[in-house]
Design a protein around this ligand. Structure first.
Ligand code: NAG
Length: 314
């Protein structure tokens, strides 16, 4: 309660673009955001409506789509709105709220990817016990645990951020309230924040990565034990999409950490941030539905049901 927040609002400087490009960039981001929302909504609705897709894998996927949808909705509407304004300001409380939900859905995605990897591991290594192991109760517990952990972690970061005082500088060279951009502006001691970021960040990135990696190494070794064309094809068709999403997620994160920014390379940071806040959530639905027969079949069934209902209704 004792902190004196001098800064009552921040200015989000947005993307480093020239004024004459602003309209084009606005249109591009609007299109990407609309695609993200529609693509992920379509997946959620299809999985809800089609009973063939009421399996653990698709319920996790539906959760992932929900998380992607929320994740991009945390940043994109504010960003698009700010691009149309003279003064792209965001109140202090709104900024912290945005940071909280940004972390919440980013971490949720990471945990859901682990649950999905475990699901694939059980499906391939214990096909006969799949339904008894991946019971609805276990699925719900995995999703619940993910929500619990991510709520707790992002709350911790946000409370630590709320302790800090911000004095004069309120310019955020970013298009949303990014935690590290905010830390650079703080004028109190940020040592604890940085320590928690390193520890929890490691926990959220490395532990899930190791779990996913060990799931996949067991999948590969179980396929290599009895190599058959059919087994390999089955593994590829059920794991391919998940593996692509995992690679996209961890590829972006790795690139972010392997190319540490110098003080002035905010442009590069921002491009990477665009990559994981806009592009990744947009691509996930396509990765899952383009090459996936189940999803295409479900789309066909749901559409034909609607057409029949419409024609009967008239
Ligand atoms: C998330 O997963 C749980 C457990 O499998 C499921 O009951 C729930 O319907 C899913 N939620 C969404 C939004 O798909």
């Amino acid at each position: 309660m004792g902190n004196q927040t001098v800064v009552s609002e921040f200015l989000l400087l947005g993307l480093p673009i020239r004024p004459e490009q602003a309209d084009l960039v606005y249109a591009l981001f609007l299109a990407m955001y609309v695609t993200t929302v529609l693509g992920n909504l379509l997946i959620i609705i299809l999985i809800r409506l089609d009973s063939h897709l009421h399996t653990p894998m698709y319920l996790f996927l539906s959760n992932l789509s929900f998380s992607d949808l929320c994740f991009s909705s945390v940043t994109m509407p504010t960003f698009l709105h700010n691009m149309r304004r003279q003064v792209p300001s965001i109140p202090y409380a709104a900024c912290l709220t945005q940071m909280y939900f940004f972390l919440l859905f980013a971490d949720l995605e990471s945990f859901l990817l682990v649950a999905m990897a475990y699901d694939r591991y059980v499906a391939i290594c214990f096909p006969l016990h799949y339904t008894s192991i991946m019971s609805p109760r276990l699925c719900l517990s995995l999703v619940g645990l993910s929500w619990f952990l991510t709520t707790f972690i992002s709350l911790w970061h946000t409370l630590l951020m709320a302790r800090l005082s911000f004095c004069a500088d309120n310019l955020i060279p970013h298009f949303f309230c990014d935690m590290s951009a905010l830390l650079k502006l703080a004028c109190s001691d940020i040592q604890i924040n940085e320590m928690v970021i390193v520890i929890l960040g490691g926990l959220i990135i490395i532990v899930p990565f190791l779990l996913i990696f060990s799931s996949y190494s067991r999948i590969v070794s179980s396929i290599l034990k009895v190599p058959s064309a059919r087994g390999i094809r089955k593994a590829f068709s059920t794991c391919g999409s998940h593996l692509s999403v995992v690679s996209l997620f961890y590829g972006t994160i790795t690139a972010l950490y392997l190319c540490p920014s110098a003080d002035n390379s905010t442009a590069q940071d921002t491009v990477m941030a665009v990559m994981y806040t806009v592009v990744t959530p947009m691509l996930n639905p396509f990765i899952y539905s383009l090459r996936n027969r189940d999803m295409q079949g479900a789309l066909g069934r749901v559409l034909s049901k609607w057409v029949i209902q419409l024609s009967l209704g008239q």
